[in-house]
Design a protein around this ligand. Structure first.
Ligand SMILES: [Zn+2]
Length: 481
C-alpha cells in the first residue's frame, strides 16, 4: 500500500471502532437522567415545570416504588421550618410566607397514570408506586408536572432583594443503599442532602433581563419577545442548582482549561472572588486530582449562611463581599470549592457521615492556606480556627461522637465542632502520622477510586491502609470511639 492507501485504511478503522463504541451498550444508561422543562414567573416568584426521570434499578433487590425528595415543602408551614429560632429573623427579614411544591400529574412511559402519595407531616417525600416490581437492570421512566412557589427566604431556596436561590427545588430521587431508601427530611443542621450522580437537561423559560448562574453549561440561549429560553446541560453531577438575578455582572477566566466564573454586584469584590475561586481550583487540581467539569461558578447571593455548595456552583453570602470580610470571603470560597471534590465528585451520606465531606473539605481549606500563605500561617489558622475552637467546645461538651446523624444535633456549634473541626483534626493528625507524601497519595487515591460514587468512612480507612501498607484501624478507632 502507498501512504495514501494506508492513511485511508487507518481512517476507515478509526471510523469503524468509533461506530462500534457508539452503539455498544454502556454503563451511562445506569445513570439517572432528568429532563426538566421549567417556566419561571418573576412576578409570582414561581416555577411551573414538567420533568421526566429515567431511573435504573442497580440494586439486587427488586423495587416496588420510587421515592423523591420534595425539599420545597420543608418551607411550607412556619412550625416546621429548617431553621433554629435564632436564625429565623435572618432567613425571613421581611416575615414568613409559605414556599412549597405541588405535584400535578404523574405518569409512566406511554402516559400510563401512576399512583402516588406524599408522606406526612410536611409532604417532603413523594412515593410513586410502580406498576410492577423493577428488577435489577430494569429502567423506569417517570413523568410529572409540578408548581414550585418560592418563599421570601435568604437561604438555599427562596429569594431576597437581589437574587433568587434555586437549591433543592425540583423532585430528586432518594438514594437506595444498604439502609434501603434514604427518605430523611430537611434537617435544620448541616447540609441534609444525599444524592446519586445523574445527568440533567434543563430547559428554562425566563424574563429576558435575568442572568442565570447554574450547574452545568448553558448550551443554547434564544430570545422570544420579553423572555428567553435556555437549554442547560450537566453531566455526571449530584444535583442541579441555579441562582437568578437581573443585577448580576459576570467576570470569568480560564484555569487549566476550566471556565471559572464570578457572578457579583460590585466589581472590586467580584474580581477578588474570581481570583480566590481560580486559585482554589488550581490548587485542588494539583493536590487532589482534576476537576472533571468544564465550568465552575461562584455566586454572590442573598444568603445569610456564609456559603453553600452545589455541583459546579456555590452560593456565597453577599455580606462577605466587603473589605472587612475579605479573608472570610477567601476562606469560604476555598472551603466551598473543595466541596466540588468532597461531596460533588466523591459523594457520601451527608446525613449519617457528615464528618467525612466536611472534615476533608475543611482540611483541604487549610492545605489551600498553606499553599498560598505558607506553613506558619496555615498552622496558626489551624490552631485558632479548628483545634482552638474544638478544645473550647470540649470544655463544656463530652458527647463528641462522629456517629451522630443530622437528626441528633442540637445546635450549630455542636455540628460545626464535630463535623468540621474534629473532622479536620482527623486529617491533620493522619498527615502527621503517615507523612506528607503518603497523605497526598491517600487523598488522590480516595478521589480517583470514589469518583462519581458514594464513599463511606470504612472506604477511606481502606484507602489509607492500602496506600500506606499499615493498619491504621487503631488511629481511626481512637478518633471514633
Ligand atoms: Zn462545608
Amino acid at each position: 500500500m502507498n501512504i495514501k492507501q494506508k492513511a485511508l485504511l487507518g481512517l476507515a478503522i478509526i471510523v469503524i471502532i468509533g461506530l462500534v463504541l457508539y452503539f455498544l451498550p454502556n454503563n451511562h444508561s445506569e445513570i439517572t437522567s432528568y429532563i426538566i422543562d421549567a417556566q419561571y414567573n418573576d412576578q409570582d416568584k414561581a416555577i411551573s415545570a414538567t420533568q421526566t426521570v429515567r431511573y435504573t434499578n442497580t440494586n439486587d433487590i427488586p423495587l416496588k416504588a420510587i421515592y423523591f425528595h420534595l425539599y420545597p415543602n420543608a418551607f411550607k408551614s412556619q412550625e416546621n421550618l429548617p431553621f433554629t429560632k435564632e436564625e429565623l429573623p435572618f432567613a425571613y427579614p421581611d416575615g414568613f410566607q409559605s414556599g412549597f411544591i405541588e405535584i400535578g400529574k404523574v405518569t409512566f412511559d406511554n402516559d400510563l397514570p401512576a399512583t402516588y402519595e406524599l408522606e406526612e407531616p410536611n409532604g417532603e417525600i413523594l412515593k410513586v408506586t410502580l406498576p410492577k416490581e423493577l428488577e435489577k437492570g430494569e429502567v423506569i421512566q417517570i413523568n410529572m408536572s409540578y408548581k414550585v412557589q418560592l418563599p421570601p427566604c435568604r437561604s438555599r431556596f427562596g429569594y431576597g432583594k437581589n437574587t433568587v436561590q434555586l437549591g433543592n427545588w425540583y423532585p430528586i430521587v432518594s438514594v437506595f443503599d444498604k439502609n434501603g431508601w434514604n427518605n430523611d427530611p430537611y434537617y435544620i443542621f448541616g447540609d441534609p442532602f444525599y444524592s446519586d450522580i445523574a445527568n440533567y437537561k434543563v430547559k428554562l423559560t425566563i424574563p429576558k433581563d435575568i442572568v442565570v448562574a447554574s450547574t452545568g453549561e448553558i448550551k443554547e440561549e434564544k430570545n422570544y419577545g420579553d423572555s428567553k429560553k435556555l437549554v442547560i446541560e450537566a453531566k455526571k453531577v449530584r444535583d442541579f442548582a441555579m441562582v437568578l438575578s437581573p443585577k448580576f455582572k459576570v467576570a470569568e477566566k480560564e484555569i487549566d482549561g476550566i471556565k471559572v466564573k464570578s457572578y457579583y454586584f460590585t466589581e472590586e469584590y467580584g474580581n477578588k472572588a474570581l481570583k480566590f475561586a481560580g486559585d482554589a481550583i488550581k490548587f485542588y487540581n494539583d493536590y487532589i486530582g482534576r476537576y472533571p467539569y468544564k465550568q465552575y461558578s461562584v455566586v454572590q447571593t442573598d444568603f445569610y449562611m456564609g456559603g453553600m455548595e452545589y455541583p459546579n456552583l456555590v452560593m456565597i453570602s453577599k455580606d462577605l463581599y466587603t473589605k472587612a470580610n475579605l479573608f472570610n470571603l477567601e476562606y469560604i470560597i476555598a472551603h466551598e470549592t473543595a466541596h466540588q471534590w468532597w461531596y460533588g465528585v466523591v459523594g457520601n451520606n451527608q446525613i449519617r457521615e457528615s464528618w467525612l465531606d466536611e472534615g476533608l473539605t475543611e482540611y483541604s481549606t487549610i492545605l489551600y492556606i498553606e499553599r498560598y500563605y505558607g506553613k506558619a500561617t496555615a498552622e496558626e489558622v489551624y490552631r485558632l480556627v479548628i483545634e482552638g475552637e474544638f478544645n473550647k467546645f470540649l470544655k463544656t461538651n463530652s458527647d463528641i461522637s462522629f456517629a451522630k446523624t443530622l437528626a441528633d444535633f442540637k445546635e450549630w456549634k455542636e455540628y460545626t465542632n464535630i463535623a468540621y473541626n474534629k473532622g479536620a483534626m482527623v486529617f491533620h493528625n493522619l498527615r502527621r502520622l503517615i507523612g506528607e507524601e503518603e497523605f497526598k497519595k491517600v487523598l488522590q487515591t480516595f478521589y480517583e477510586t470514589y469518583k462519581y460514587k458514594i464513599a463511606t468512612t470504612q472506604n477511606l480507612i481502606d484507602v489509607v491502609d492500602n496506600v500506606t501498607g499499615r493498619d491504621t484501624g487503631g488511629f481511626f478507632q481512637e478518633w471514633f470511639y
